[in-house]
Design a protein around this ligand. Structure first.
Ligand code: PLP
Length: 497
């Protein structure tokens, strides 16, 4: 198995793809083929642990990693002591043909943990394999969930360090506190006095700056990114589509071979793309339903075949999906262009220059055979949180509620009642003020702080507040550095000393 760039250049091994993140031509690494998991193989996985599924699936893509290495990485990433559910990604049943896959039981209470607990180990091993002696120095800009998940993942992993930039005006108080209290000797957090674009542009400029790279090189450091376009973040996400399926079969909720639907709250298109890869590997998936918030570029794209990012940007109650350029879509386009990299390059160039491109009617029709898309605005999201709590006594975070709303729309508009799984990406407690406002009314929570909102939710639902939320009030604040957007280089140099 080798890896190609979606833009035609580079052929890489798995470990090179993981170490480099992006191909040199700016494309994304894609596997040369999809390894097949037959129904027989699937049956042998049924009833086994999350870790066993992860080892099987990762082995089929990461051919230049030994079985022992993959085992070691998987055991370290999914050590039950770091997860508040020993099954890692439990599936809860709401109704006979409706289930929720909970991906928020890791250290930072959001689904990014599934990939970012594993990636650092794959990176460390990739460095060894490629005789890379420098320290892998992760530099990442975050608008919220990624930063904390990257910090927790890389914390104290030998041969690596992790520096996160966040916009001082752009993350919630809890997200800020989560980052500021991170432990570990190799973690740094720097507030950039500006918005997310300032922080992101600043990091991109550092990566492009040859003089900066040379300075780091002299210090024995190699800059790298934990961005979601890294194949090492995608691969671990394929796993939970398989575990969900085998667990439902095991429970008698599905027959082996029966098709199911997944609905995925989508931002950068990494999570749902992993579902598509699972389907290409043979998992019986009927439909992948793509749910957006008011930033509904993807819903429009799946409807019309035209991707139009030239539009107003909205800040919503599902901030991790506030995105207009969904980077991982490029990998899907590559498949639907019959792996014609020139075509992909053309579209990406149009997107870059005009903020819009079209894939044409024929390809659009093909896409619609598998994908279906819609969106929910903030009012619909709050209403869905209430509806599900009233009907099923289940507490959903706003991202999950966006997906749940879109599934309702899908079932109503198509009449398709196929067994469906809502992919739940965050703990409701991570977004306690918005969830509490949806359930109790904005007036009732107006004067409550984050913890008071969490308490109200706990009382209402009987679901215990996760210990990570309690700890936030007690852990010492370790990271207080801030800098101006034009002083990020100096701030990194100071931090890396
Ligand atoms: C990152 C994130 C998403 C979006 O996932 P993508 O892979 O970027 O599509 C959805 N919900 C939450 C809570 C997230 O953190």
């Amino acid at each position: 198995m080798s890896f190609f760039s979606t833009r035609g250049g580079a052929c890489a091994t798995a470990s090179q793809a993981i170490l480099n993140g992006l191909a040199k031509d700016g494309g994304l690494f894609v596997p040369s083929m999809f390894p097949q998991i037959s129904l027989e193989r699937l049956s042998t996985l049924s009833g086994t642990s999350y870790q066993n599924h992860a080892e099987r699936i990762l082995r089929s893509f990461l051919e230049d990693y030994s079985i022992a290495e993959i085992e070691e990485a998987v055991q370290a990433a999914y050590d039950p002591s770091a997860w508040d559910d020993h099954t890692i990604a439990p599936v809860k049943t709401l109704e006979e043909n409706l289930h929720v896959l909970e991906l928020f039981h890791g250290p930072t209470l959001a689904f990014k943990d599934i990939a970012l607990q594993l990636l650092p180990h794959l990176v460390r091993m990739a460095a060894e394999k490629n005789d890379e002696k420098r320290e892998i120095t992760i530099l990442t800009a975050t608008s919220g969930d990624t930063g904390k998940a990257a910090l927790e993942g890389f914390k104290d992993v030998p041969g690596t360090s992790c520096t996160v930039f966040y916009p001082t005006d752009g993350v919630s108080d809890v997200q800020k506190l989560q980052m500021a209290t991170t432990g570990g000797d190799n973690t740094r957090v720097i507030g950039v006095n500006g918005n997310f674009d300032d922080a992101q542009t600043g990091v991109k400029n550092l990566f492009k700056d040859e003089a900066f790279r040379a300075k780091l090189n002299e210090m024995g450091k190699l800059p790298s990114s934990a961005n979601s376009i890294n194949f090492g973040r995608l691969a671990p996400q394929i796993v939970y589509y398989f575990t969900t399926y085998t667990r439902l079969v095991k429970r008698g909720a599905l027959r082996m071979g029966q098709h199911i639907n997944f609905v995925v709250p989508t931002g950068n298109f990494g999570d749902i793309l992993a579902g598509y890869y699972a389907m290409r590997m043979g998992l019986p998936i009927h439909r992948l339903i793509c749910a957006s918030n008011q930033n509904n570029v993807l819903a429009d794209f799946f409807e019309s075949g035209t991707y139009d990012a030239d539009r107003e940007f909205f800040k919503t109650t599902s901030p991790s999906m506030d995105i207009l350029i969904s980077s991982n879509l490029e990998r899907l386009l590559y498949e639907y262009a019959d792996r014609n990299a020139d075509k992909v390059k053309e579209w990406m160039q149009q997107l870059n220059e005009d903020k819009v491109f079209s894939i044409g009617v024929k390809r659009s029709k093909e896409l619609k055979k598998i994908f279906w898309a819609d969106y929910a605005d903030d009012d619909m999201t709050a209403a869905e949180i209430r509806r599900v709590f009233d009907r099923n006594e289940y507490l959903m975070d706003p991202h999950t509620a966006v997906a749940s709303h879109v599934l309702q729309q899908y079932r109503m508009k198509t009449g398709d009642q196929t067994t469906a799984v809502i992919v739940s990406t965050a703990s409701p407690y991570k977004f306690a003020p918005d969830v509490a406002a949806a359930l109790l009314g904005a007036d009732a929570v107006e004067d409550l702080d984050f913890f008071a909102c969490a308490k109200r939710l706990e009382k209402l639902s009987g679901v215990a507040i996760p210990k990570q939320i309690h700890e936030l009030r007690e852990l010492p604040v370790r990271h207080t550095a801030t800098c101006a957007p034009d002083a990020m280089e100096a701030a990194v140099m100071e931090a890396l000393k």
